[in-house]
Design a protein around this ligand. Structure first.
Ligand code: ZN
Length: 478
């Protein structure tokens, strides 16, 4: 398979609140955050600590950067009132709105949706033949992972300064937003708190960030149920939006279960009591089933999830986020970036090669299993940020998921998985104005998801490319 390079408990919606986050980040004690050191899919090495003063420098640079300023209609400081006119609108729930439509945005929210009649008002933006849809949501990224000054995965002590790390992470956020991803759940890095808070304060352009700030595993604080519950409470105090739990080995180490049912019950149960969602890394069928039985919110990866596991997900309402190809391809096509670090070795790469066909087939099986809540998450690591839509293409072209279902999995269903389904993920009155437009209709031609040309988040326009006169005719356009 070759993926083209061309181209987020039922809790109510509390959106990130700048003041609350600021207080939380001030309380953050980085030294106490547990991080996984045995190299799972994702994080492994702990990134160098990012100093707050570095971020201050970074904010200044970002605000004055040519990329931020050159966006023709971007107003980084405040949301604007505007009318977006589109010939085609996908609402994020699987519906295509009939006829040309005006979306009226004010104070960061959609305040009206009406048929497009008459001249466009002066504050209007005509999106022409582009397709308007809700901003994409990626429920699993690692904004803290980046390629260092030697074009290698950044690891602690590799010579990158805190300033360089901060710049790289801000860059990851910006390219992700530019690619049309207006909300991400960033798993596992304590540094994400500063990034999240800077974006919330509009000091940096980036997607809305929810983060776990770290993770739990079977050995955390000794691994007793009481100590795992205490670790969950600690993350909450530090300002985590979600709890990340490792319940199996990495795919590169076979993926077997590492956490006992009692450990998972303790970690996920405490999360639920505190009103936090729990996201569980699990590859083997046994580990994934333990997570579902323990009432954990979402299972990640699940390369070896079988029919019985999918049936259990459906029965328990467990969100399932398997990956199709981007994360594997990013490793396998760019081995020099990773080789020799942790379990990125010949055996690890071979394990990922073997996992690829299983992963592709697993998407289709999950998509076809009734009542499985399949959500979109890329596990984007160093080198993959901004290419998140490649995973959408893989899910449809290699995995066999229906294109519209893939879009729903990355909009309204992803929003539900983040307990934000009354705020984001839909083009509907009252929802936040997280809106993107693509060249072509991704519900008919999923590659259009890689051609994002307009990005608005919370009513602020971050990207609005000029129309291309050489644009080929859109398949199925009206
Ligand atoms: Zn991950």
């Amino acid at each position: 398979m070759k993926v083209s390079r061309e181209a987020a408990t039922g809790r109510p919606p509390p959106m990130p609140n700048a003041e609350r986050r600021t207080a939380r980040s001030q309380a953050l004690n980085l030294a106490d955050v547990t991080t996984r050191r045995s190299f799972p899919e994702c994080p492994l090495t702990r990134a160098a600590m990012m100093r707050r003063r570095t971020l201050g420098l970074l904010m200044l640079v970002a605000i004055n950067s040519p990329s931020a300023k050159s966006q023709p209609t971007a107003h980084p400081d405040r949301p604007m009132r505007t009318v977006l006119r589109a010939q085609r609108v996908l609402d994020g729930t699987g519906r295509t709105l009939p006829g040309a439509t005006d979306i009226v945005v004010a104070d960061g929210r959609i305040i009206a949706i009406r048929p497009a009649t008459g001249p466009l008002p002066p504050e209007g933006i005509d999106l022409g033949r582009r397709t308007l849809l809700p901003g994409f949501i990626d429920t699993h990224v690692h904004l803290g992972w980046y390629l260092n000054h030697e074009e290698r995965l950044h690891t602690e002590g590799d010579g990158d300064s805190p300033a360089m790390s901060a710049m790289a992470q801000a860059s990851n956020a910006w390219v992700t937003l530019r690619a049309g991803f207006t909300t991400v759940q960033s798993i596992g890095e304590p540094e994400n708190a500063a990034l999240r808070d800077a974006i919330n304060r509009r000091h940096l352009p980036g997607p809305r960030v929810l983060t776990s700030l770290g993770s739990l595993n079977e050995r955390t604080r000794g691994g007793s149920p009481d100590s795992l519950r205490a670790a969950v409470r600690r993350f909450r105090q530090q300002g985590a939006d979600v709890i990340k739990i490792f319940a199996s080995k990495s795919i590169r180490d076979g993926g077997e279960a590492t956490m006992t049912p009692d450990q998972l019950l303790a970690a996920c149960g405490e999360s639920t009591i505190l009103g936090l969602r729990s996201v569980v890394h699990a590859h083997s069928a046994e580990s994934a089933q333990r997570a579902a039985r323990a009432g954990c919110t979402q299972v990640e990866h699940g390369v070896f999830a079988d029919d019985a596991t999918l049936a259990l997900f459906a029965e328990r309402g467990t969100y399932f986020d398997p990956q199709c190809g981007l994360v594997f391809r990013n490793y396998l096509d760019h081995k020099p970036w990773f080789e020799g670090i942790g379990n990125y070795n010949a055996a690890g790469f071979a394990a990922m090669e073997r996992a690829l066909p299983l992963a592709e087939a697993g998407i289709g099986r999950a998509a076809r299993t009734k009542n499985v809540r399949l959500v979109f998450g890329t596990d984007a690591v160093a080198g993959a940020h901004g290419r998140n839509a490649d995973e959408l293409v893989c899910r449809v072209r290699q995995g066999g998921q229906e294109a519209m279902d893939a879009i729903v999995s990355a909009t309204s269903r992803a929003a539900a998985s983040l307990s934000l389904d009354r705020e984001i993920g839909r083009v509907a009155v009252g929802y936040r104005a997280d809106l993107i437009a693509t060249d072509g209709d991704p519900s008919r031609d999923i590659e259009a998801s890689q051609r994002v040309r307009f990005v608005m988040r919370d009513g602020v326009i971050y990207r609005n490319d000029p129309s291309s006169p050489s644009l080929p005719p859109t398949r199925g356009s009206r």
